[in-house]
Design a protein around this ligand. Structure first.
Ligand SMILES: [Zn+2]
Length: 426
């Protein structure tokens, strides 16, 4: 508000009376958390001013767009997003059969919850890096789409904690909207992550947003409902993408893959797709972000990700090599030469054969996966092997700015026993 010179908030942002805020909230949050929130806020502003200076510095070409100043999380009408940070020395995590997180709270909450002055919370999930040397500042927030609290714990691990590939096999991915990922490996495995339902919901939300936008009064561009829909839509997609990266890379690692080629959005080339649909597909996939997320997760396994543009792979017949005689209808690719196969899986296989010299083993039956809002599960009819039991409901979050490959994050869900904790922590 000071940055915008709003009434009653004149002066520099650094003149804000953070000491008074700390005094006001430390009774509930504890002094260290009150300080951490202020510190995180200051970091955001320092980062903003630093980027802004680079933008205005003509000799510096690293910043080409004016940065946005830090804003509020959420907004006044809609409610703020519930999020906090806990200093690395103010929390402990105990992993085991009944994993738990303990955080320091302020004096005012001591009697209410636990006379030790620590709030104890149950955790669902396992750490991604069980053997860490040091823990960093914990992020704790409320995930509205899942109605659960989540925490992200950055940890420092030694470099030999990183996995190395078990063999030097290769995989290729075809990325699309109907099938999010079609994958073929040189070991003869094929995986298909179905995205039809997810994509449809994404488009439904887009239509809902458009309807609401058309009803806005003149001069208004957004409303709290619209903002909320956007946010939910993004969260849902990100969650599914994160879980997909993890699920896929675990499988590829077990197969001995060391290099993964990704081709971008081939089914967009399908002629019956309109320009508008294409734009929405790109928007839905946020392809660059997905590739980054995949690369970031792959780093943990020592797997290399290479992006290649694959203009014609999706149309190419693997049997005769024709690209202009093939017909793609929904998920099927047919060719006058007699070929008939799954379009996206075929595309990933063609793509794979193009990039490798090694032999590809005969293909096993493809394994199909479906998203159920929490995890990707194998469709029962898709494979002979019994459905894999997954006991870890957590997804692992990696935000792409990992420095020098030593700081990792595990995302965990926190099941709180405090009744009505949303309102209380607000
Ligand atoms: Zn053919």
């Amino acid at each position: 508000m000071r940055y915008n010179n709003e009434n009653g908030f004149e002066g520099d942002v650094w003149d804000a009376n953070t000491g008074a805020l700390e005094g006001k909230y430390k009774g509930v949050l504890g002094a260290s958390t009150a300080q951490q929130v202020i510190q995180k806020n200051s970091e955001a502003w320092r980062g903003f001013f630093d980027t802004k200076n680079k933008y205005h510095d003509e000799s510096n070409t690293s910043v080409t767009e004016h940065p946005e100043p830090p804003g509020f999380r959420g907004n006044e009408d809609d409610g703020r997003q519930l999020k906090t940070v806990i200093r690395n020395t103010s929390y402990t995590v105990e992993w085991g059969e009944r994993s738990r997180l303990e955080i320091l709270v302020g004096r005012e909450l001591k009697d209410q919850y636990d006379h030790t002055g620590r709030l104890r919370l149950e955790i669902a999930g396992d750490p991604n890096w069980p053997d860490y040397e040091k823990q960093g500042r914990l992020d704790l927030w409320y995930d509205e789409t899942d109605s659960t609290f989540r925490a992200s714990q950055p940890v420092t691990v030694s470099d030999d904690a990183r996995d190395t590939p078990l063999a030097d096999e290769t995989a290729a991915l075809d990325i699309g909207a109907n099938n999010l990922v079609a994958c073929t490996t040189t070991t003869g495995e094929q995986y298909l992550y179905e995205g039809r339902e997810l994509f449809q919901r994404f488009r439904e939300t887009a239509r809902k947003i458009a309807r609401l936008q058309s009803k806005l009064e003149d001069g208004r561009y957004s409303s709290k409902r619209i903002r909320r829909l956007y946010r939910k839509r993004t969260c849902r997609r990100d969650h599914a993408q994160e879980a997909l990266c993890r699920d896929l890379l675990e499988r590829l690692y077990a197969e001995g893959i060391n290099t993964v080629y990704i081709g971008g959005l081939t089914d967009v080339l399908d002629t019956h797709w309109s320009v508008e649909t294409n734009a929405k597909t790109h928007n839905f996939w946020a392809f660059k972000k997905f590739a980054e997320r995949l690369a970031c997760t792959a780093e943990e396994y020592g797997i290399l990700i290479e992006v290649r543009s694959e203009a014609w792979t999706s149309q190419e017949c693997p049997q005769c090599g024709s690209t202009n005689r093939t017909i793609r209808h929904q998920d099927t690719l047919t060719c006058p030469c007699g070929f008939d196969g799954h379009a996206d899986l075929t595309a990933s296989e063609t793509f794979l054969r193009r990039h490798i010299e090694q032999a590809v083993r005969p293909m096993a039956r493809p394994v199909r996966f479906e998203w159920d809002d929490h995890r990707w599960s194998e469709l029962p009819h898709s494979h002979e092997s019994p459905k894999e039991q997954r006991t870890d409901p957590s997804t692992v979050h990696c935000d792409g700015n990992v420095a020098s490959g030593v700081v990792r994050k595990s995302e965990i869900s926190v099941m709180t026993r405090i009744s009505d904790s949303r309102t209380k922590s607000a």
